[in-house]
Design a protein around this ligand. Structure first.
Ligand code: ASP
Length: 584
C-alpha cells in the first residue's frame, strides 16, 4: 500500500497515529541535526520531520540525499508541530518519519514548482507536466472538471443524452479551414476533422434522440488570433421540436445553474438585445454590459454646422467616458493617438470636456456652441466630469472603432470587474454576411441556419437584410456560445446552398447525406454550442483559456512539449501515396 492518507488530509485529530504517505519532495530544510521536508501531492502538503535523536542514521542519511521533486514513500507518526503554519490546512501537524523509501529520483526541475514560479511561459509549456504540479494550474484543471460535471449533471437532469460523434469525417463548415487526415486505405482521399459535430447532431435529431449534448473536441485550422486554440472543447447541444424561445430558456437555465453552483451568484432573467441594437448601442455583437458608456448617435445634433468632417460622415457617434474630463492635454493627445493606431483605424477624434462647473470645452469650439455640446452630452448620457469622445465616418467602421475605445477605457478605468457576471442574449443575427474581398455572401452562422419566418423571399432581392433564427450568449464581452434553429426541409436547404454559391452538384457531394436525411421525416430542430474553455476561464475570473487546458498549443499552433506538428517518415508518406512539394 503506497499510502494510508494523502498529503492534504492530516489534522490534529490524527495525532499519534501511524500513517503512510507518498508524494513529491517540494523543499528540504537541513539544519544538520534536524531535517524538515515538505511532501506534496494533488491534495496538499505535509511537513515531514527527521531528527538525530529520534531517527536512525540510515534515515537521516536518506533524508539528506533528498532533492526537489524526488518521489518518496514514508511511514511515520503524526505529531503536533511546535511552530504551527496557519497558512495550510495541515499546518498544525508534522510526521516524524520512521521509514523512508525513495520511489524515484528527479533531476533538478527547470523552474520552481511553486505558486509563484521563476519559469517563463515557454519553459512551463515545454515541461507542462511539471507546471501541472503547481497549484495555479492544478486548481484550474480541477475547476474545469467541476464545471464540466455541473454541465453534465444539469443537462442529464433535463433528459439530454450524451452521444459521441466521429472525429474522422467530412468537412462541416463553421467558417474556418479543415484539418485533414489522409486515408491509407483509400489512397488520395482525406478525412476532415470536425470544426463542430453540426451535421451529426442534426442527424441525431432525425434519428429521434430528441435532446443531445456532448462535451466534445472541435478542430479549426485558423490563423491563430490571441487566445484561440486549433483544438478546443465545446458543450454541443441539439433539441428537436423546439423554437428559439425553448432553446434560450434551457441554456439560460444551464448558465444560471453554473453561476449559482460554481460562483454562488444568482442572476435574474438575461437581457436580450437584437443584433442591430447591440451594434447601435455598443458597436459590437458581444457587448460587455457591466459598465455604461452606451453609444449616443449624434448625426441630428452635429451635422447642422460648417464642420465638414461630420457633415460628410455616414455616422457621428460618441460615448461619455466617466470622470476623465480632467485629463491633461498630454493624456488627451495620447488618447487621440490611440484611436489612430492602425489596429483601431480612426482618422481622428473629437472630444468634449464636460467640466464640473457644467461648461463644455471641446476640440471643435469653433463650430459648435455650448448649446450644441449640451445636446451631445444628453445623447451620450454624459455627466459633469465626463469626457465625450466622438468618432465619425462609415457607420460600420466607426462603430467598431468606438467599440474598441469603449473597451479600452473600461479596461483602463478598471470597470471590468471580474467578480461581476452580466450575461445576455444577442438575437436576430443576419443570416448572411458579405465577404468584402470576394463580394460574395456567406452564412454568418453556418449554412444550416434557418431564416426567420417569411424572410426566405428577401434572399433574392436583399440578401443582406435577411434575419436568421440565430442567437449568441454573451458574458462579460465574450461570446460564450451560439446557435440557431435549423432548416429541416430539403428544398429550403438546397435553395440556401444555391444562395451561398454552391452548384447543385457541389451541394450534393458535400451535404447530400444531410439533405437525403431530411426526406425521411426530419423534425423541426435547433441547438447551440458553448465554448467550454472560455466559459471556464471566465468563471474562473481569468481571460486566458490556455491556463485551463492541460496541454495547450502555443500561438503558432505548436505543442512545444511533444514538438508537434512534425515531419513524417518517407515510408509513411509512401504508404499514403503523398508527395511533398514544399516549394509550391
Ligand atoms: N455548430 C455551431 C458552432 O460550432 C453551434 C450550433 O449552431 O449549434 O458554432
Amino acid at each position: 500500500m503506497y499510502r494510508s492518507h494523502n498529503c492534504g488530509e492530516l489534522r490534529e485529530a490524527h495525532q499519534n497515529t501511524e500513517v503512510t504517505l507518498s508524494g513529491w519532495v517540494q523543499t528540504v530544510r537541513d539544519k544538520g541535526f534536524v531535517i524538515w521536508a515538505d511532501l506534496r501531492d494533488r491534495y496538499g502538503i505535509t511537513q515531514l520531520i527527521f531528527d538525530e535523536e529520534r531517527s536512525s542514521k540510515e534515515i537521516m542519511d536518506t533524508a539528506k540525499s533528498l532533492g526537489r521533486e524526488f518521489v518518496v514513500q514514508v511511514k511515520g507518526t503524526v505529531l503536533e508541530r511546535s511552530s504551527k503554519n496557519p497558512n495550510i490546512p495541515t499546518g498544525n501537524v508534522e510526521v516524524l518519519v520512521s521509514e523512508i523509501k525513495i520511489l524515484n529520483k528527479s533531476i533538478t526541475p527547470p523552474f520552481t514548482i511553486e505558486d509563484q514560479t521563476d519559469g517563463g511561459e515557454d519553459l512551463r509549456m515545454k515541461y507542462r507536466y511539471l507546471d501541472i504540479r503547481r497549484n495555479p494550474v492544478k486548481n484550474n484543471l480541477i475547476f474545469r472538471h467541476k464545471v464540466a460535471m455541473e454541465v453534465r449533471k444539469y443537462l442529464s437532469d433535463q433528459d439530454f443524452i450524451e452521444v459521441e460523434t466521429p472525429y474522422l469525417i467530412k468537412s462541416t463548415p463553421e467558417g474556418a479551414r479543415d484539418f485533414v487526415v489522409p486515408s491509407r486505405m483509400n489512397q488520395g482521399q482525406f478525412y476532415a476533422l470536425p470544426q463542430s459535430p453540426q451535421t451529426f447532431k442534426q442527424l441525431l435529431m432525425v434519428g429521434g434522440m430528441d435532446k443531445y449534448f456532448q462535451i466534445v473536441k472541435c478542430f479549426r485550422d485558423e490563423d491563430l488570433r490571441a487566445d484561440r486554440q486549433p483544438e478546443f472543447t465545446q458543450i454541443d447541444c441539439e433539441m428537436a421540436f423546439v423554437e428559439q424561445e425553448d432553446i434560450l430558456n434551457v441554456f439560460e437555465g444551464l448558465t444560471k445553474h453554473l453561476l449559482q453552483e460554481i460562483k454562488g451568484i444568482t442572476v435574474d432573467k438575461f437581457p436580450r438585445l437584437t443584433y442591430e441594437e447591440a451594434m447601435r448601442k455598443y458597436g459590437n455583437d458581444k457587448p460587455d454590459i457591466r459598465f455604461g458608456m452606451e453609444f449616443g448617435e449624434l448625426n441630428a445634433v452635429a451635422q447642422h454646422k460648417d464642420f465638414g468632417i461630420f457633415n460628410e460622415a455616414e455616422l457621428v457617434v460618441g460615448i461619455a467616458v466617466p470622470g476623465i474630463a480632467s485629463y491633461t492635454r498630454k493624456q488627451l493627445d495620447a488618447l487621440v493617438d490611440w484611436v489612430r493606431r492602425p489596429q483601431v483605424g480612426a482618422k481622428g477624434m473629437v472630444y468634449v470636456k464636460y467640466n464640473e462647473d457644467g461648461s463644455f470645452k471641446s476640440t471643435v469650439d469653433k463650430f459648435f456652441d455650448q448649446e450644441d455640446l449640451a445636446k451631445w452630452a444628453e445623447a451620450t448620457g454624459a455627466k459633469p466630469g465626463d469626457l465625450i469622445c466622438v468618432l465619425s465616418g462609415d457607420a460600420n467602421k466607426t462603430r467598431a472603432q468606438l467599440s474598441a475605445l469603449r473597451m479600452e477605457m473600461a479596461e483602463r478605468l478598471k470597470l471590468r470587474n471580474k467578480e461581476e457576471f452580466a450575461p445576455l442574449w444577442v438575437v436576430d443575427f443576419p443570416l448572411l454576411e458579405l465577404d468584402e474581398e470576394t463580394g460574395r455572401y456567406h452564412a454568418m452562422h453556418h449554412p444550416f441556419t434557418s431564416p426567420k419566418p417569411g424572410q426566405m423571399e428577401l434572399l433574392d432581392t436583399d440578401p443582406g437584410a435577411v434575419k436568421a433564427n440565430a442567437y449568441d450568449l454573451v458574458l462579460n464581452g465574450n461570446e460564450i456560445g451560439g446557435g440557431s434553429i435549423r432548416i429541416h426541409d430539403k428544398q429550403i436547404q438546397s435553395t440556401m446552398f444555391k444562395h451561398l454559391g454552391f452548384t447543385p452538384e457541389e451541394a450534393k457531394a458535400q451535404f447530400g447525406f444531410l439533405m437525403d436525411a431530411f426526406q425521411y421525416g426530419a423534425p423541426p430542430h435547433g441547438g447551440l454550442a458553448f465554448g467550454l474553455d472560455r466559459l471556464v476561464a471566465i468563471l474562473g475570473g481569468q481571460e486566458t483559456i490556455r491556463d485551463f487546458i492541460a496541454f495547450p498549443k502555443n500561438n503558432s499552433g505548436r505543442d512545444v512539449m511533444i514538438d508537434a506538428p512534425a515531419a513524417i517518415d518517407q515510408e509513411q508518406l509512401n504508404e499514403l501515396s503523398l508527395k511533398l512539394d514544399l516549394k509550391a
